[in-house]
Each structure stands twice: as structure tokens, then as C-alpha cells.
Design a protein around this ligand. Structure first.
Ligand code: URP
Ligand code: ZN
Ligand code: ZN
Ligand code: ZN
Length: 473
């Protein structure tokens, strides 16, 4: 086994920071040492096989993006990043674990959908990966298959209150699935938007000739996110299911989660970078068809309603626990452009897997969150929430050596197409100037990115068999 020594950096965890050197043997961390520590009289920097100088830099646990959709079939096409390209882009951005969604389509056996996802991801990934299960067809067979998921290392499943005719579950189906969630301890993840109501508004807007991407945001009104969030919370309350609401964008939905948490309910929420930085007017409302770049669900919200401030605040106060990307990229050419003349045909999704760590670091730069909270919402909480903590989400002896050396004095400009590594013909983040830079990335002890060079290999990423959530009250 080879040893790696990261010296001179400031190790940052969810609970503090301090000068420390990190010693790695093979795939795992063996010790965090006071700078200058010698072992049997010898200087570790002189004896380790690989030495990484982290002077002036932060040393943090690798990012965990708990919401990605590699190759996801959606809107008549597939998300443009495969497990190969998407996990490579993740690595470039300091994310060393993704949790992707295995998609059960309507009419498909749950077990078959999971097998399909293993076949797609196996041997392809640059970093470690785990799965949630999308249950797109809640029936007696899939309900009983959910009970077998924990043995497969899958401890969370997603239901949709949106997309009637595709992934949608009605209240009766949600209730039944939540009963299984309560019974097994598997976390219910919810796409909380009132799909049937949205579909009526979509039809009416299109009939009025309102076909531009902007109207995607109008149809998916915040009231329909708040209502669905409330309904999901009530059904979870009734059944005792632990609930995690994905891609929260509306401040009113945040308030619903906060109120339920104040009552002691096991409800949690994530948001995504797009809801913290982008808006209905500036992005979805861009001239012509440009707004299609930012069509995602839940949608970008109006800047005049001040959702972003509230979502940042919720991240600070733990009303929202973490940030995932909901990485679901579609190219403008040949994919998004299917919706020219009809916004409802634009495949929903934004690609951000490469930028999450950088984008969230800007919250540290602007004083919205602390350095420790940055690590917590991007790595430590995702690990705990989804049953990977100890191995992931922390720098400690015994943990996987998934490590990012982050340079606070570095700078990243997100420019046109080729300044990123996602399989995407545009960037939703074009023009963003990032303070900070992902310098070096280790995945289980192996350096996979080193200042501008990719050294990883497809297939080195392994499936992570997850335990039940370590976050529940
Ligand atoms: O627009 C989105 N969010 N696309 C991905 C599917 C989902 O609902 O998460
Ligand atoms: Zn969703
Ligand atoms: Zn998603
Ligand atoms: Zn650098």
C-alpha cells in the first residue's frame, strides 16, 4: 500500500478548523497529525510515497452530491451526462461521491430498474456512487420490493407529486408508500409540486399563446410547491414516515418545513445552487428561447419575491439541511430545443455537478455561511442523511481518503462550453466568477485531479452500500 501525506493545510470539518497534516495509507485516512509530528524520529513528509503541500489551503472531506440524474430518461430524451462523463465532471469540481436515482418507469418491475442502473453505472464511474430508488409505479409489487431495498444498500426512495402520466403518485399511493417508509425506516424523498394543477395551468398558458420558457415558471407557481410540501408533511405526520423534500425553491415551502420541524417532525429539505443564485426574470425570462437553459422543476423563482434570501437563511439556520445539484443536463441542440414553441416540451433539468462546491463556497466568501457550514451542507450532512457517515463526509482515522485541497486564493471563471467538463453544450453558470479553486482531489487515497490535470480513471468509482439515515431524530 502506498502512503500519502497532505501537509501544511487547514483541515476544515463541520464543527471546526485547525492546522493539521493528514496521513493516508492506501484508501483510508490513518491519522490527523499536529503539524511537524514525527513518527519514530522521521519526518512524514520525507517518508510518504506522495506528499501534497496544502500550505495556505483548506483540506476538506470530498463533496457528496446526493441528487444526480446521469443518463436519466426524461421528456423524450436522456440526460446528456453518462455515469462516465458526469462523475468525471464531479471529480473536477471536488465531488467524490454522487447519489443517483435509479428510475422505475410506469409498468416496470422495481428490481429490474435497479438492475438497469447498476448496469449503467458499473465500471463507468470516476468517483464512488450510490443510488436512491425512484418509485414511478406504486403498486403492491413495488411496495413489497421497497422492503428489499435496504439489503441492496439503498435506503431512500423518491416519489413524485408532479408529472402526471410519468412518475406521478396520487395521495393514496403516497400514503401506502409512506407506510412502508415508516415501517422500514427508509427515507421518503418527495418531489413536492402539485402536478395535476400545474398541468391545467400549462394547458391554459399554451392556449393563450404563452409558449416561451418563462411560462414554465409561471405554470409551476410557488403556491403549488407550498401546497404539495404541506400535503407531503401531513401524510408523513400521519404515517410516521421520515420525509426529505428535494429541490426546495419557494420560501413558502421552506416555511412549511420549518414549521413541521418546530413540531419535532422528522422532515428535512435540500435546495440546489440554482435556487440561490438564479431567477425567473433573469434566466428563465432571457430573450428568445435562451431561457430553456434554465428550465428545471421546481422552477427558478421570482427575484421580486425574495426567495433566495430566505433559502440562504434556511441553510444557515438548518431549516434546510443540505445542498445537492439535481444535476440533470440536457443540451440546447437536439434536446432543450424540442420545446421551441411549447415550453412544456423542454426537458427539465440543469447541469451543475461540477460547480456545486465552488458555488456554495461563494456563500462563505459573501458571509452568508461559515466555512464549517459549507463543509456540513456539501459533505457531512449528505453523508449522515443518506447513511454513509464515518466512511464518507468526515476526515478522521478509518474514513475513506476522499479529500479536496481547496485554494481560497484561487479563482475560477465559468465561461463558455469548454471551461467545464460536463457533457453539455452550454453552461447554466456562464459568466460566474468564482473565488476559490479546487486544486487537488483524492478519491479513496488516489489523486484524481491535480491543479488542472485529470488523473482519474473510469471504473475506479465503487458502489456505496448505504445504511439507514444517521440523521433522523
Ligand atoms: O428539472 C428537474 N428537476 N429534473 C430532474 C427530475 C427531477 O424532478 O428531479
Ligand atoms: Zn424532482
Ligand atoms: Zn432530480
Ligand atoms: Zn489552484
Amino acid at each position: 500500500m502506498s502512503t500519502t501525506f497532505i501537509s501544511g493545510g487547514t483541515v476544515v470539518s463541520a464543527t471546526g478548523r485547525g492546522a493539521a497534516d493528514v496521513l493516508i495509507d492506501g484508501e483510508r485516512i490513518v491519522a490527523l497529525l499536529e503539524p511537524g509530528t514525527t513518527v519514530l524520529g522521521s519526518d512524514l513528509a520525507a517518508t510518504a510515497d506522495t506528499v501534497i503541500d496544502a500550505t495556505g489551503k483548506y483540506v476538506i472531506p470530498g463533496g457528496i452530491d446526493a441528487h444526480t440524474h446521469m443518463s436519466m430518461p426524461f421528456g423524450g430524451t436522456n440526460a446528456s451526462d453518462t455515469f462516465e462523463t458526469g462523475t468525471r465532471a464531479a471529480a473536477w469540481g471536488g465531488t467524490t461521491t454522487i447519489v443517483d436515482f435509479a428510475v422505475q418507469k410506469f409498468g416496470e418491475r422495481l428490481e429490474d430498474s435497479l438492475a438497469t442502473w447498476h448496469a449503467m453505472a458499473g465500471g463507468e464511474c470516476a468517483v464512488d456512487y450510490a443510488f436512491h430508488q425512484i418509485v414511478g409505479d406504486v403498486n403492491s409489487a413495488s411496495l413489497s420490493a421497497i422492503r428489499g431495498l435496504q439489503d441492496e444498500g439503498i435506503t431512500s426512495f423518491k416519489l413524485f407529486m408532479a408529472y402526471p402520466g410519468v412518475f406521478y403518485s396520487d395521495d393514496a399511493q403516497i400514503l401506502r408508500a409512506m407506510q412502508v417508509s415508516a415501517d422500514t425506516g427508509l427515507l421518503t424523498m418527495m418531489h413536492a409540486e402539485n402536478g395535476p394543477a400545474i398541468d391545467v395551468l400549462v394547458e391554459q398558458l399554451l392556449a393563450q399563446g404563452k409558449t416561451d420558457p418563462y411560462y414554465h415558471g409561471v405554470a409551476r407557481a410557488w403556491q403549488l410547491e407550498e401546497e404539495a410540501t404541506h400535503r407531503a408533511i401531513m401524510l408523513a405526520q400521519l404515517t410516521g414516515a421520515p420525509l426529505y423534500v428535494v429541490h426546495v425553491s419557494a420560501k413558502q415551502a421552506v416555511a412549511q418545513l420549518a414549521a413541521a420541524r418546530d413540531q419535532g417532525q422528522n422532515v428535512y429539505g435540500e435546495t440546489c445552487p440554482q435556487y440561490l443564485y438564479l431567477s425567473l426574470e433573469d434566466q428563465l425570462g432571457a430573450p428568445g428561447f435562451e431561457g430553456a437553459k434554465w428550465v428545471c422543476s421546481t422552477p427558478l423563482r421570482s427575484k421580486h419575491e425574495h426567495h433566495q434570501d430566505e433559502v440562504w437563511q434556511a441553510l444557515r439556520t438548518n431549516d434546510l439541511q443540505m445542498v445537492s445539484t439535481d444535476h440533470c443536463p440536457f443540451c440546447m441542440k437536439g434536446q432543450k430545443d424540442m420545446g421551441i414553441g411549447d415550453f412544456s416540451k423542454i426537458p427539465n433539468g440543469i447541469g451543475s455537478v461540477e460547480h456545486r462546491m465552488d458555488l456554495m463556497y461563494q456563500g462563505v466568501v459573501s458571509g452568508k455561511i461559515t466555512l464549517e457550514r459549507w463543509v456540513e451542507i456539501t459533505s457531512t450532512t449528505p453523508a449522515r442523511m443518506f447513511g454513509m457517515y464515518g466512511r464518507k463526509g468526515v476526515l478522521a482515522p478509518g474514513a475513506d481518503a476522499d479529500i479536496v485541497v481547496y485554494d481560497p486564493n484561487g479563482h475560477t471563471s465559468i465561461g463558455l462550453e469548454k471551461t467545464h467538463h460536463m457533457n453539455l453544450d452550454y453552461s447554466a453558470w456562464e459568466g460566474f466568477e468564482i473565488d476559490g479553486h479546487v486544486d487537488t482531489v483524492l478519491s479513496r487515497g488516489k489523486v484524481i485531479v491535480d491543479d488542472g490535470q485529470y488523473l482519474g480513471r473510469k471504473g475506479d468509482g465503487r458502489f456505496v452500500h448505504r445504511a439507514l439515515s444517521q440523521y433522523l431524530i
